[in-house]
Design a protein around this ligand. Structure first.
Ligand SMILES: [Zn+2]
Length: 346
């Protein structure tokens, strides 16, 4: 069987190509990829050729959310053929000051699969087989399927974000943006004992799934313009905002609706935006950024394996790699897609 990949040459120039066999490398396993999830950053590469200063400057294999079966692995490395593993895309240098202080996510020499940050670019997971470092192949509980295991990376992002937030137990939580990350945050906020979860977006379709993931109330901010007014009372009612949209209006709205000394956790990524410093200062808000994950990847794998979280309702489409271009086109359509997974098994 020929190995296939989705390789991006430039914006809207994604090609399904044959790949040579992966070469076994020391301390690496050969993984037969089963499922890969298309992420918002993959879509930025596909639609715009990158985001911010990160541009596609040479052909790149996309994908940093995937799971597959071990085909072969070095002896006594802890992996056995046929075992399902989640692939961790984060490969820090382990020698820089950040790595040595346990903050590998800030590594100065980070190699992240499917990222065009560095040149040469780091190829990603969207291919039939890959040679991947053994330590970045995390076995998941037997009985888990690849659909679920491929959620480890975005779940890790959300677990790390919530680790930076105050406890959500008994709190009123606003989640702005109900794409995959917002939807996962809703599920986690529910698990962590939030008292009330309100979710906002501009798409009824994604809001419907947000409800399914545990939101108490969903608000389409276009068709229900005044629905959130009650939460602005008394300088704001929400204890914590999980901002997953990176939309400037949503951020401004969140600042109005969060209570004094509340927290806004900025999870969505965007460019520059105006900020009402008077409100941030006057309300003594905590405005926090969050970046990727470290140990949370292993936590995510454990949670998925233990079936503590079920993200399968968010998988709206699964397409074979041969239909990879269509998969990317559908993934960009928020009226009907949340998570599109590519099936690499032919
Ligand atoms: Zn480092």
């Amino acid at each position: 069987m020929t190995d296939l990949t989705c390789r991006l040459y430039a914006a809207h120039d994604l090609r399904i190509e044959e790949l040579p066999e992966p070469q076994a490398a020391p301390e690496s396993a050969i993984i037969r990829v089963q499922r890969g999830g298309i992420c918002g950053s993959d879509l930025h590469y596909y639609h715009k050729g990158g985001f911010g200063p990160v541009r596609v400057r040479e052909p790149i294999i996309l994908g940093h959310e995937a799971a597959g079966l071990v085909e072969s692995a070095p002896e006594n490395c802890g992996l056995r053929p046929g075992q399902l593993v989640a692939l961790c895309p984060s490969r820090p240098c382990n020698t820089c000051a950040f790595c040595l202080s346990g903050k590998q996510r800030h590594c100065l020499n980070m190699r992240f699969n499917g990222s065009a940050m560095r040149l040469p670019h780091e190829d990603g997971f969207f291919r039939s087989r890959i040679a991947h470092p053994v330590v970045q192949c995390l076995p998941i509980e037997d009985g888990t399927d690849a659909q679920a295991a491929a959620w480890a990376e975005p779940l890790a992002v959300c677990l790390h974000a919530l680790r930076l937030a105050p406890s959500l137990e008994g709190q009123k939580v606003l989640v702005t943006g109900t794409g995959p990350i917002g939807a996962i945050c809703i599920a986690l906020a529910r698990l962590k004992g939030a008292d009330e979860i309100v979710a906002t977006d501009v798409q009824d379709f994604t809001l419907g799934l947000a409800r399914q993931m545990g939101a108490d109330r969903i608000v389409n901010v276009i068709s229900e313009t005044n629905a959130l007014n009650e939460y602005a009372a008394g300088k704001g009612q929400f204890d914590v905002v999980l901002e997953c949209s990176a939309n400037p209006q949503a951020i401004a709205h969140a600042i109005d609706l969060v209570r004094p000394q509340g927290t806004i956790l900025q999870i969505g990524v965007g460019g520059s935006t105006d900020m009402p410093l008077n409100l941030i200062v006057g309300k003594e808000l905590r405005f926090l950024g969050t970046h990727r994950f470290d140990a949370e990847f292993a936590d995510a794998v454990r949670m998925i394996g233990a079936k503590e979280i079920d993200l399968s309702p968010l998988v709206t489409h699964v397409l074979p790699v041969t239909d990879g271009v269509r998969a990317f086109d559908i993934a960009g359509d928020r009226t009907r897609a949340v998570k599109v997974q590519i099936d690499f098994e032919l």
